[in-house]
Design a protein. Structure first.
Length: 397
């Protein structure tokens, strides 16, 4: 077990912490740094992996976008994009943030109606999403087949970043005298003790005034240790990397064929990253490459990306990670109904990395102010599933 406490003081077994954060990915570290900035003196981040950011964060494609279909997701995105821009300014190339934009395209009438409705919502919330004609789309992304396109939406401040760099930037802003990061330390149990919570780990016990469940796909398992039921399930998502001979230089927007769900973007060193999420994929913990992913791509990618249709995909250059999914594709951010000092910050699906800065601020305000003043967290409350009051996000990639 690695214990990182640059102040030189180790927080020993049995000692109290103000907050224990379970999970050392992008969300957990963003929560820790926001707590420190809000004045919390002792936060302990626990992660069962040998290093921070080695779970779902490490397998993300790094996309960052404001083009969502619900106000809360748009709000989380706009806040987070501004914060990523600041991090890029202050941490140099560490973040690897490239604002090449996201480009959603469609060739069907219903698809156009949905994209335009989403654009209207985004613009009403201050996002400068544009409607592009097929000719404008062709100039931004020459690899797209334009035949039959009705148009698409583009937001220039969207883009992608390096997941590892984002983790390191968050970690760099965790003051060592306020935040202790313990890796290789797995949570094995939670039990209430008065208003506190005792956190049992493979490295010993901690008692905390608050516990934050930022355990990604494992969040449901962690919550169950305290008798808390949250509907977060792991779902495998696959990615592929291919190279194309004589490909044009330069980056392109993150291109999404809204009619098939296939996503393509160019990597910095050349080649293309390709993603597709089959909505019928069942929950599960398997992170090996799903052979159905390659079958889906061979069937769908030629619709808008014909130059990639016949390019062989090497399974050795494919990988899979886990989306922590909820029934309405929205995160859960807020206190558990069963224990008000157990804060859930999980279930972001594929949006955890891009929404981490907003999530951190929201949790810090809940703990230090008793309420979140920056965001209206009502749509993300845990009780919505019991109440049957779901708000569905349709722009799920």
């Amino acid at each position: 077990m690695e214990i990182v406490s640059l102040s030189g003081d180790l927080w020993m077994n049995g000692e109290r912490a103000d907050v224990v954060v379970v999970g050392g990915g992008a969300i957990g570290l963003a929560v820790a740094r926001a707590l420190a900035a809000a004045g919390v003196e002792r936060t302990v981040v626990l992660d069962m992996e040998p290093a921070v950011g080695q779970g779902s964060t490490a397998r993300a494609n790094g996309g960052v976008r404001a083009q969502f279909t619900t106000p809360i997701n748009v709000a989380f995105s706009t806040y987070s994009i501004a914060e990523f821009e600041r991090l890029a300014r202050e941490h140099g190339d560490l973040l690897g943030f490239h604002q090449v934009g996201y480009l959603f395209v469609t060739a069907i009438e219903d698809g156009e109606a949905q994209l335009r409705a989403a654009m209207d919502l985004q613009r009403s919330l201050g996002v400068d999403t544009e409607w592009l004609t097929p000719e404008e789309i062709g100039r931004k992304a020459p690899l797209l087949r334009l035949d039959g396109l009705r148009g698409g939406t583009f937001h220039a401040r969207d883009g992608f970043l390096d997941p590892h760099g984002a983790v390191q930037a968050f970690r760099a802003e965790c003051p060592p005298d306020r935040v202790s990061i313990r890796t290789g330390d797995e949570v094995t149990g939670l039990r209430p003790r008065g208003r506190s919570i005792v956190v049992a780990t493979t490295g010993g016990d901690l008692e905390a005034d608050w516990v934050v469940d930022a355990a990604g796909p494992h969040a449901g398992e962690v919550a169950a240790m305290l008798g808390v039921d949250i509907p977060v399930q792991p779902v495998r998502r696959n990615l592929a990397f291919v190279r194309v001979s004589d490909e044009p230089p330069g980056l392109i927007p993150m291109c999404i064929d809204a009619d098939t769900g296939v996503l393509v973007r160019r990597e910095l060193g050349g080649g293309y990253l390709i993603a597709y999420s089959n909505p019928d994929d069942p929950p599960g913990w398997d992170t090996s490459l799903d052979p159905r992913f390659l079958e889906d791509l061979s069937r769908l990618i030629g619709n808008r990306f014909p130059t990639l249709r016949d390019v062989p995909i090497d399974p050795r250059q494919c990988w899979a990670g886990l989306y922590p999914e909820t029934p309405d594709h929205h995160a859960i951010v807020g206190p558990a109904e069963e224990h008000e000092r157990f804060i859930v910050c999980a279930g972001f699906g594929g949006h955890g990395l891009m929404h981490a800065p907003a999530a951190g601020t929201a949790v810090a305000e809940l703990i230090t102010e008793g309420r979140c003043s920056t965001f209206d967290l009502h749509p993300l409350r845990a009780s919505r599933f019991r109440e049957g009051d779901l708000v569905i996000e349709s722009a799920v990639l």
